[in-house]
Design a protein around this ligand. Structure first.
Ligand code: PEP
Ligand code: MN
Length: 335
């Protein structure tokens, strides 16, 4: 149930609706909007009687929310969410480019790549300090040292940084350093981690689980929003299929579907979808053409020496090409 207040409703009238919801044992979550305040009723088991609210002063409508994801749904917030990360905006009307290596390897590597991607047009820098690796023998990331290097990259280039919090144990530390906290594909349904992300004061980049349906993905975002963090960016990164010509299969159809269902921004990671650098530029063009709000791309100045995901990392000159190629596509679909 969504209780929509009249645009002239007073704070006292809003408070009275909240109190009525809470008196029933439910949770009330006001959703501030450009034109109206709406109050979402959460944790109700079964339908809520609209007449409970319709006679209250300041109430305009009481609308049932039909989707299982309530806060994430466009039913509760028709206007697109735009997330601000320092000087960078993510969401409707913006094309936000996140670029950097898979993993932070050392300060020189990170700074070299950061300077390249910034010059080419990246807005945010990415790089893992804690890496989810299939093999326990593979490079696991530099840990806190990697986070310190990310902070240095931010100081020296002015780009806000995105990095993954792989588990509860490191979440506080990552939150201290990161501007955007990434939750990886393998953790999309790690519900305790999602709850922790819901208490974070920083935006969360939530990658789609590699075998998750769109509904499961949006329900994962609902966990974060239910916890109180409304700053969620969705990231399509490909799903597992029978195909071997790419690492995953980029589900471009998820972008318009998510945009219909949800007000949250959605970006595309073509690198982990492709697994091979040759596919990254064409998939990036397609992602922008289909209406994604941004891209997250792996770039390395010496990919043959990269400690992870070298095969899918673009050379800096290729990343420059990518940026050049996507701009006219974005301009066309936004004209
Ligand atoms: C990453 O972006 O570094 C990463 C590990 O991605 P994913 O969780 O999509 O595999
Ligand atoms: Mn990677």
């Amino acid at each position: 149930m969504l209780v929509v207040m009249d645009h002239k409703a007073t704070p006292e009238e809003i408070e009275a609706v909240v109190a009525t919801i809470e008196a029933k044992g439910f949770m009330a979550r006001p959703i501030p909007g450009g034109h109206r305040v709406a109050i979402c009723v959460l944790h109700n088991h079964g339908p809520v009687e609209p007449n409970l609210f319709l006679s209250m002063p300041g109430v305009k409508e009481a609308i049932p929310v039909t989707h299982p994801y309530k806060l994430v749904s466009r039913e509760s917030q028709p206007d697109d969410t735009v997330i601000h990360i320092g000087p960078v905006a993510v969401g409707n009307g913006h094309l936000t480019i996140i670029a950097g290596p898979c993993a932070i390897e050392d300060a020189e590597q990170a700074l070299t790549i950061a300077r390249h991607v910034k010059a080419a047009g990246a807005h945010l820098f990415r790089g893992g300090a804690f890496k989810p690796r299939t093999s326990p023998y593979a490079f696991q990331g530099l840990g806190e040292e990697g986070l310190q290097i990310l902070a240095r990259v931010r100081d020296e280039t002015g780009m806000p940084v995105v990095t993954e919090a792989m588990d509860h144990e490191v979440f506080d530390l990552v939150e201290e350093y990161a501007d955007v906290i990434q939750i990886g594909t393998r953790n999309m349904q790690n519900f305790s981690l999602l709850r922790r992300a819901g208490r974070a004061a920083k935006p969360i980049l939530l990658k789609r689980g590699m075998s998750a349906t769109i509904e499961e993905w949006l329900m994962a975002a609902e966990y974060i929003m239910e916890g109180g963090n409304a700053q969620v960016i969705l990231c399509e990164r490909g799903v597992r299929t029978f195909a071997h010509h790419s690492r995953n299969t980029l589900d471009l159809s998820s972008i318009p579907v998510v945009q219909k269902e949800s007000h949250l921004p959605i970006i595309v990671d073509p690198s982990h979808a492709a697994g091979r650098r040759g596919q990254v530029i064409p998939l990036s063009r397609a992602a922008v053409a289909v209406g994604a709000h941004g891209l997250m791309v792996e770039v390395h100045h010496a990919p043959e020496k990269a400690l992870s995901d070298g095969a899918q990392s673009l050379y800096p000159a290729q990343f420059e090409d990518l940026c050049r190629q996507i701009m006219p596509i974005f301009a066309t679909i936004n004209s």
